[in-house]
Design a protein around this ligand. Structure first.
Ligand code: FS2
Ligand code: SF4
Length: 553
């Protein structure tokens, strides 16, 4: 195996024996083969699109498959065996559609030579493992081309996750789906130069903005606009179910099915922002949020006492002491854990097994009490835009700092807590994603009734931060986003953060600080381009960065 797609990769170089995340060598190789075949499907998909053929089922399959390879999503080799088998069928269908259309248009049989991912075939799972060893990221020898291909692939994984969430809520955009295939096919094209690939990476940034906007539309049209909310972080004395991940549809169906059963529902990790949607507030057994970000789950799932439902990443390999209480659903999987099957068309998922399980469990052990503020997505912030602009113009707010992104295990992430504590009282932190758990319980106070930590929601709600920044540009009359009193200090971990980063670069944001380390998959040559074009930089010490941020650098 060789995997360096996340921030916690071994020695910031690459996981080669087993993933720091717990991904086995076997699963890593199978994921590589799956990605390889998705590229094969995309080669035909692109060609078919040129002939006017679009197949939504294929697009959804590609998006779900990419999502399943994101860090901490799926650890189950059987799932990947099945996805590889399905990918081969999907590829043959797409190939046949293309061949028929080609012959009809040109009156001859298509006879161009295509790369091996468009032709390789086996129905033997032993072969899958062997082939997976050969088709990983190191197959591309030139380190800058490899770096750009992987940057693009990881950005596409993030985009795929967001479009899959939108898809669950019946929002789909064929242009985004088409770009996912265009991007995957581009990573197989040896004729593309580094400059060509940089251009496609930037296009991925524009598509990431579209994907987040699509999901924002799906979420807000289904569940309303998040509103400022004090979220309870304590517990009640009834059995509970803890729901984590990012899938709001799963939460909706779980809340409906637990109504009147005597079982409470709590959020964990990235599900916290669900507490701020008007739609979910009507459920009086929806108690609040339990615990912190994903990596603290080994301790917190233990203490929760009841069953846990993982709807998406981030799943940490569970300890034996509580693994019988962890259920997966959707794209999530882990060998030995119970999996709740997908909903059939027109039906709902069946969570009855989890509910029956919860009824046999003790109530959660309290680990905290009180409340935290959430719900400052675009609508809520823009509704007090006058107040915000006034605070900026009268000097009450000197600087905004976007500290969005991911959380992680490394001690170096204490930087974000220290920075949040050290920022002067006339600064406001804009956040989204699970990075917020480093400072959202610090009680940093308010400015003119505006909390100093404005939490827009999940990582995908970084879109809200973009809209807020664009409105601030209009309201303050500055020429562009880089003239705002706004600094970016982004924490990354997995591939959705890569998509968000590409979105920010596409929007022209300059001077982003990225930490706690720069991605291992960025080669020195590609880093040079990012520094020259976007002044991207690694985080430094809290003292230095604080000074620079307050000086607007
Ligand atoms: Fe956090 Fe993990 Fe949201 Fe990422 S819960 S690092 O996958 O998606 O942010
Ligand atoms: Fe290593 Fe991250 Fe890949 Fe897991 S996802 S194998 S931790 S680089």
């Amino acid at each position: 195996m060789f995997c360096y797609q996340c921030q916690e990769t071994a020695k910031n170089e690459g996981c080669t024996v087993i993933g720091v995340c717990g991904k086995t060598d076997e699963v890593a190789n199978l994921q590589d083969l799956l990605i390889y075949l998705l590229k094969g499907i995309s080669i035909y998909g692109e060609k078919a699109r040129e002939l006017g053929i679009y197949d939504e089922k294929t697009s959804i399959f590609i998006a779900k498959s990419l999502f399943s390879t994101i860090t901490n999503v799926n650890f189950d080799p059987v799932v990947f065996d099945n996805l590889i088998k399905e990918a081969l069928v999907v590829r043959e269908n797409m190939r046949n559609k293309f061949l028929v259309a080609y012959e009809a248009k040109y009156g001859k049989v298509f006879d161009e030579e295509l790369p091996e991912m468009a032709t390789w075939y086996s129905d033997d799972v032993v072969e899958f493992r062997k082939k997976g060893e050969e088709v990983g990221v190191l197959e591309t020898e030139n380190e800058d081309i490899r770096s750009l291909r992987e940057l693009l692939t990881y950005g596409l994984k993030g985009i795929a996750a967001y479009v899959e969430h939108a898809n669950v809520l019946n929002e789909r955009d064929p242009e985004i789906f088409a770009f996912i295939q265009e991007g995957l096919a581009a990573t197989t094209d040896d004729s593309l130069s580094a400059d060509d690939l940089v251009a496609i990476v930037m296009k991925a940034g524009s598509v990431a903005v579209k994907a987040m906007a699509l999901l924002d539309k799906a979420n807000t049209e289904t569940y309303g606009h998040p509103e400022p909310t004090k979220v309870n972080i304590g517990v009640r004395n009834r059995p509970g179910i803890l729901i984590s991940g990012h899938d709001l549809k799963d939460l909706e169906e779980l809340l409906e099915q637990t109504k009147g059963t005597g079982v409470d529902v709590y959020t964990h990790g990235e599900m916290l922002p669900a507490n701020s949607y008007p739609f979910f507030k009507k459920y009086d057994h929806f108690v609040g949020n339990y615990g912190n970000s994903w990596w603290e789950q080994t301790r917190e799932f233990e203490a929760f006492n009841g069953p846990i439902l993982m709807t998406t990443n981030c799943l940490v390999p569970p300890k034996g002491s509580y693994s019988d209480r962890v259920y997966t659903t959707g794209v999530v999987g882990f060998p030995g854990l119970k999996h709740i099957p997908d909903r059939k068309p027109g039906e709902k998922k069946d969570f009855s097994e989890i509910i029956q399980h919860a009824l046999k469990c003790e109530p959660p052990t309290p680990i905290e009490e009180g409340t935290i503020m959430g719900g400052f997505a675009r609508n809520a912030v823009l509704s007090v835009a006058d107040k915000v602009v006034d605070a900026v113009q009268t000097g009450k707010i000197k600087q905004f700092v976007v500290m969005a992104g991911c959380e992680g295990r490394h001690k170096t992430r204490e930087y974000y807590t220290s920075l949040a504590k050290e920022l002067p009282n006339d600064t406001v932190i804009l956040t989204a994603g699970c990075a917020k758990y480093r400072y959202n319980k610090l009680n940093l106070g308010e400015i003119n009734g505006i909390p100093r930590v404005l939490d827009a929601g999940q990582c995908n709600d970084s879109y809200s931060l973009v809209v807020i920044a664009q409105k601030l540009v209009e309201a303050t009359g500055v020429k562009d986003i880089n003239e705002l009193p706004l600094s970016y200090d982004i924490a990354w971990y997995e591939q959705k953060a890569v998509a968000v980063l590409l979105a920010l670069l596409y929007l022209g944001v300059k001077g982003i600080r990225l930490g706690p380390t720069l991605p291992a998959f960025i080669s020195p040559g590609v880093l040079k381009v990012l520094v020259e074009k976007f002044d991207i930089k690694p985080i430094g010490s809290v003292e230095e960065d604080l000074k620079a941020i307050m000086a607007g650098v």
